[in-house]
Design a protein around this ligand. Sequence first.
Ligand SMILES: [Zn+2]
Ligand SMILES: [Zn+2]
Length: 141
Amino acid sequence: MNNKYTGKCLCGAVTYVASGPPIIVAQCHCEECRRLSGTGHTVGAMFLSDSVVLSGKLNEFKYMSEKASEVTKAFCASCGSPIYGTNTRTPDHLTLTLGTMDDATGLKVEVVIFERDRPHWDQLDEDVTSFRTQPDWKPHE
Ligand SMILES: [Zn+2]
Ligand SMILES: [Zn+2]
């Protein structure tokens, strides 16, 4: 099955189309992913770079991984949404952030990495109150 996965950043300036299926969908709790996302993890779908068409202006940030490979994270130059990452350990591949995908039907997390670094608050107790949408809650009411 060869699906098309479309996606965009928060402001809409960056869009992409990926031809799937992805090679793997992974959730990562490493420190860099936590800081990048501002939450406890990222979820990414890896594709062959050749099967992804991106448009819009991206900014990049590069760093060295624990395994001494170079990692590049690319974000929308205007709204900052993380769009994809690459790693010189897996050249010719690109990992799109699942949260920017328009419709990820059929995809699910297949593997969790850097579980060691998972913050305790990134796993919810069953008794946490959930609202389907934004509740009418304000502080000090
Ligand atoms: Zn944007
Ligand atoms: Zn990570």
